[in-house]
Design a protein around this ligand. Structure first.
Ligand SMILES: O=C(O)CCC(=O)C(=O)O
Length: 285
């Protein structure tokens, strides 16, 4: 099983992610990793609560998180696969911590729609709170690929507009469904067909959506891995999702989360490479 990315992370990947808030990464994990994850996903499907926490969207779609907290394939993948390095290199972090993973499986003919949202349930602020969604099945127009509003993360960051309880409660996304055919809409919708081993990496502020699975034969499965880079800070606020095992409200607002078993470091930039991240102090100096 590969411990380094199967294909190089390029300057184009880095630029696309910075511009669009989402980038497609082709074939970063070898067949052995993907085969083990596919088998493990089948085991979770048979008994979800034994392996992790079932989310609010669990039902017509399987939605189970925190799988990496227990010994087994998901933990091995989080700690020993190149997932952390891939994310760190694309988002230009020097250190990457695992936050949680989340397995989504839409069985054939699942009507489950993931409505337009950004991932702002997490109890962190900052710009490095990415989601690496690794395809465990073929993903296409019919079975529910994820769609993104490219570049919208910049609008959110520049205007301080935060979706959900992380914001001031007043910000609402426009009805993106109404914008699909609007030639004057300032942003582009982006999506990709994926093969097992491909991934999409996306920013915490980017709106995303997936429709139900219209295929009567092909399940759509993906493992979302939520991580923290250097530019991530505690936001201890009621209504945000706590980190299981840590007391959210006693965390120091604005502090970078210290590595701990619940938020382990999974990648650090090698010492012989120049640092990619400029801390806030040196930016304002
Ligand atoms: O798998 C999906 O369709 C949605 C995934 C998602 O919304 C997420 O990972 O935040």
């Amino acid at each position: 099983m590969n411990q380094r990315p199967l294909n190089p992370i390029t300057a184009q990947h880095i630029a696309d992610y910075a511009r669009d808030g989402v980038v497609c990464l082709r074939q970063m994990f070898d067949a052995e990793w993907i085969g083990r994850l596919q088998q493990a996903a089948r085991e979770v499907q048979a008994d979800p609560a034994r392996f992790g926490a079932t989310g609010p969207s669990h039902g017509a779609m399987m939605s189970v998180s925190h799988l990496f907290r227990k010994p087994g394939v998901f933990r091995d993948f989080a700690l020993n696969s190149p997932a952390g390095e891939i994310v760190g290199r694309v988002i230009q972090a020097d250190t990457v911590q695992m936050f949680h993973d989340h397995l989504f499986v839409k069985p054939p003919l699942s009507p489950s729609i993931m409505q337009w949202h950004a991932d702002h349930l997490w109890p962190f602020t900052g710009t490095m709170i990415p989601n690496l969604w690794v395809a465990l099945s073929p993903v296409n127009r019919e079975n529910g690929r994820i769609e993104f509003v490219a570049g919208y993360h910049k609008f959110c960051m520049e205007t301080g507009s935060r979706f959900g309880p992380a914001g001031d409660g007043t910000f609402r996304f426009p009805d993106f469904e109404n914008e699909r055919d609007n030639p004057d809409f300032a942003f582009e919708f982006k999506t990709w067909d994926l093969e097992p081993g491909d991934a999409v990496l996306f920013h915490v502020d980017i709106p995303h959506y997936s429709k139900g699975n219209d295929s009567d034969a092909l399940a759509r499965a993906g493992l979302a891995m939520r991580m923290l880079g250097d530019d991530a800070y505690w936001c201890p606020r009621e209504g945000l999702m706590p980190v299981q095992g840590l007391d959210l409200l006693s965390q120091e607002e604005g502090a970078h989360p210290a590595p701990c078993p619940e938020l382990p470091v999974i990648w650090t930039r090698p010492a012989d490479e120049p640092r990619a991240f400029a801390p806030r102090e040196s930016l304002s100096a």
